[in-house]
Design a protein around this ligand. Structure first.
Ligand code: SAM
Ligand code: SF4
Length: 376
């Protein structure tokens, strides 16, 4: 099975924390859709054929008209087989949508929405330079819950000046809409963002790590109480609502990324990525040349990546799989390297599968990087 991802690189306004690839110059949207179709033709040999997920991400794909979305879905289906129950997700910004728009998206073939809510507090939305306000956020969830069985809400915690009780009331309000999936991210200061500049110039004080941790702990506890499966560090779902797109990525399944800055993976060792520049992307595709670069992961890089993604999930990291994929040198290395974390009970063995314990959860990325093998 495999997934297909479209990166639609336009946004109405730049959020201060975001370093995804996008442009606020909206004028080349039509050419972009044409280029997506042409890129699919150019890569027809590479297309996965049997798909279980199509994902419209960005940027802000909810700038696309339902007609354009339908055109792209039909285009994908021409050269690929859609598995029964294929997941077709679109990231949606609350300010872009109306009830009718969401309904039309459904008619166009979209069956899952990922709503970029981030917060329900106007002061926090302003601080992050989100273009929407809390009323728009609430309306978009209300409409989505009426129309879609399958949808997800994105929230950000650890926002400067936020308190635990504000965060928990944000979360509880979201849960009152009964979303089957939630993605929650700690606010990260990415280089070359307005936020990074504001922090550097002391215009904004970041929240202390221990406060961020208390918000994460509150989240995990509340989601457990609400019977969500905590299937990945940042992702929670009701039974049967894991995101196919995200799970494919964590399980090392092949995916193909269409559009500027989109990444692809062949399911083995080859990664490729398109140029992160709309003009260069459009020009190159117009000339029939793929604007992409690639790398073949070395064994230790693939091993490190398996550790990083595996430990973040509830499925953990399997010694059997490591033996199969990388050889027993790697499994012996892991068994030795993990000893201190086992003693501190941050991780545990579930049969031959290494998993992160509840007390180690917040430290997952640090634990994984401690276990990395740095050279072959
Ligand atoms: C591709 S982005 C945005 C999708 C959509 N344009 C939106 O803004 O809602 C996907 C998610 O990543 C998260 N995100 C992006 N940058 C982040 C950062 N610096 N810190 C924490 N979360 C971030 C946001 O929650 C966002 O909804
Ligand atoms: S968070 Fe979403 S809307 Fe904001 S700049 Fe990034 S991609 Fe665009």
């Amino acid at each position: 099975m495999a997934g297909l991802y479209f990166h639609f690189p336009f946004c109405r306004q730049a959020c201060h924390y975001c370093n995804f690839h996008f442009s606020t110059q909206l004028k080349h949207q039509k050419e972009m859709i044409d280029a997506f179709e042409k890129e699919m033709q150019l890569r027809s040999e590479e297309l996965p054929h049997q798909l279980d997920s199509v994902y419209f991400g960005g940027g802000s794909p909810s700038l696309l008209s339902p007609q354009s979305v339908e055109r792209l879905i039909v285009g994908v289906e021409k050269s690929n087989q859609f598995q029964e129950n294929i997941e077709i997700t679109m990231e949606v910004n609350p300010d872009d949508v109306s009830y009718q728009y969401l309904k039309d998206l459904q008619s166009a073939g979209v069956n899952r929405l990922s709503l970029g809510i981030q917060s329900l507090l106007d002061s926090e939305l302003k601080l992050m330079n989100r273009i929407h306000n809390s009323d728009q956020a609430l309306k978009s969830i209300e409409w989505t819950a009426l129309l879609y069985d399958n949808f997800s809400v994105d929230l950000i915690y650890g926002i400067p000046y936020s308190t635990l009780s504000q965060w928990m009331s944000n979360l509880n309000r979201i849960l009152s809409f009964d979303p089957p999936h939630l993605s929650t991210y700690a606010l990260t200061v990415e280089p070359q963002t307005v936020l990074a500049h504001q922090v550097k110039n002391k215009k904004i004080d970041l929240l202390d790590e221990e406060w961020v941790k208390s918000q994460y702990d509150g989240l995990v506890e509340r989601m457990e109480e609400a019977n969500f499966e905590h299937y990945e560090f940042s992702n929670f779902s009701k039974p049967g609502f894991n995101s196919v797109n995200n799970s494919n990525y964590w399980k090392g399944v092949a995916y193909i990324g269409i559009g500027p800055a989109a990444h692809s993976f062949d399911g083995r060792r080859k990664r490729s990525w398109n140029v992160s520049n709309n003009k260069k992307y459009l020009k190159s595709i117009e000339q029939g040349v793929l604007p992409s670069s690639h790398e073949n992961l070395k064994t230790h890089e693939a091993f490190n990546e398996y550790l990083m993604t595996g430990l973040r999930t509830q499925w953990g990291v399997s010694l059997h799989k490591i033996n199969q994929l990388f050889g027993d040198h790697y499994s012996s290395y892991l068994e030795k390297q993990v000893e201190d974390h086992l003693i501190d009970q941050r991780v545990f063995w579930d049969g031959d599968v290494l998993k992160v314990s509840k007390s180690g959860k917040f430290l997952t990325d640090g634990i994984a990087s401690d276990l990395f093998l740095l050279k072959n």
